[in-house]
Design a protein around this ligand. Structure first.
Ligand code: AMP
Length: 279
C-alpha cells in the first residue's frame, strides 16, 4: 500500500495507473476505522482496479463546540487495517496539504435538502462535507466512490452534488454495518460510557419497531414515529429528530410508502448518534 500525504504523490500514483487503464475506486473517511469502513473498501474493490482511501478529519464540517479536536485519530492503526484489506493507496493529508491557502473561501452549498434532518441541528455541516468531497473527487478523480447508508442524508446530498455539478464519478451507497445488538458502527461509539453503550441499541430497535408496524399495515407517519419514540423513551432517550422522509428530496412524509426513510438523531449521554431505516 502506498501512503500519500500530499497531493502531488496522490496525483502521481493515480494518473499513472489511470493511464494504464485502471478503474479507480475511492472511499473517503475521517479515520478511526472500523469494520463498516472496511466493508466500503470491499465494495470499492469489487467495482474497481485501484482502491484509494482517504483519511482526513475535515474541520469544515465541524461547528465550534463540536468534537473536531477530540475526534479519534490513529493513522498507523488505520493504515494497518487498510493494508490488510488490500487497499492500494492511503491518502492522509495534513490540514495544510489539503487546504494550503487556509479554509476554502469558495464552497459547495447543499441547498434545501441540506437544511433538513441533521442540517437543521448542524448548520454548515453539509457545506463542509460537500466542499471536501468535491475537492477529494477532483484530486482522486475516481470512477466510483463508495459511501455508507448510515450517513443517509450525506449520501443523498453527494448524489445530488454529483448530478447537479456533473462530476463523472459514479456514487455507490453501501448498506449499514451493525453490531450484533443492532447498533450501527460509528467511530463515535468509542465515546460511549458503558451504561450509554447499553442504551444505544434502542436507536435501531426503535427504527425496527416502526418498520415492523409499517410491514403490518401501518402507514401513518405520525403513528410510526410514535412507535419509534416509545422504544427510545423506554431507554430514556429523546431524539433530536425522528422523521419519515422522501429518499430523494428529504421532505417529510405524512404517509409511509416503499423506499421512504425513517431517520433519527439522538444524544446518548454526551454522544450524538444517527441511524435510519428504509421502509
Ligand atoms: P466517517 O469516517 O464517519 O466519515 O465515515 C466514512 C464513510 O463510512 C461514510 O461514507 C460513512 O457513511 C461510512 N460509514 C460509517 N459508519 C458506517 C456504518 N455503520 N455502516 C455503513 N457505512 C458506514
Amino acid at each position: 500500500m502506498i501512503r500519500a500525504g500530499d497531493v502531488a504523490t496522490l496525483r502521481d500514483v493515480t494518473s499513472t495507473r489511470r493511464a494504464a487503464g485502471a478503474r479507480i475506486g475511492f472511499v473517503p473517511t475521517m479515520g478511526a476505522l472500523h469494520e463498516a469502513h472496511l466493508s466500503l473498501v470491499d465494495h470499492a474493490r469489487a467495482a474497481s482496479d485501484l482502491v484509494v482511501v482517504s483519511v482526513f478529519v475535515n474541520p469544515l464540517q465541524f461547528a465550534p463546540g463540536e468534537d473536531f479536536e477530540r475526534y479519534p485519530r490513529d493513522l498507523d492503526a488505520d493504515a494497518a487495517l487498510l493494508a490488510g484489506r488490500g487497499v492500494d493507496v492511503l491518502f492522509a493529508p495534513a490540514l495544510d496539504a489539503l487546504y494550503p491557502q487556509g479554509e476554502p473561501v469558495v464552497r459547495v452549498v447543499p441547498g434545501p435538502p441540506g437544511e433538513r434532518l441533521c442540517g437543521e441541528f448542524r448548520p454548515g455541516h453539509f457545506e463542509g462535507v460537500l466542499t471536501v468531497v468535491a475537492k477529494l473527487f477532483n484530486l482522486v478523480d475516481p470512477d466510483v466512490a463508495v459511501f455508507g447508508a448510515k450517513d443517509f442524508q450525506q449520501s443523498v446530498l453527494i448524489r445530488r452534488m454529483v448530478a447537479d455539478l456533473d462530476f463523472r464519478t459514479e456514487v455507490l451507497v453501501a448498506p449499514i454495518v451493525r453490531e450484533p445488538d443492532g447498533l450501527a458502527l460509528s467511530s463515535r461509539n468509542a465515546y460511549l460510557a458503558a451504561a450509554d453503550r447499553r442504551r444505544a441499541p434502542a436507536l435501531s430497535r426503535a427504527l425496527g419497531a416502526a418498520r415492523d408496524a409499517y410491514r403490518g399495515g401501518e402507514q401513518e407517519a405520525a403513528k410510526l414515529r410514535t412507535i419509534a419514540r416509545g422504544v427510545l423513551a423506554d431507554a430514556g432517550l429523546d431524539p433530536q429528530y425522528l422523521e419519515l422522509v422522501d429518499p430523494d428530496t428529504l421532505e417529510s412524509l405524512s404517509r409511509a410508502r416503499p423506499g421512504a426513510v425513517l431517520a433519527l438523531a439522538a444524544y446518548v449521554g454526551e454522544t450524538r448518534l444517527i441511524d435510519n431505516i428504509v421502509l
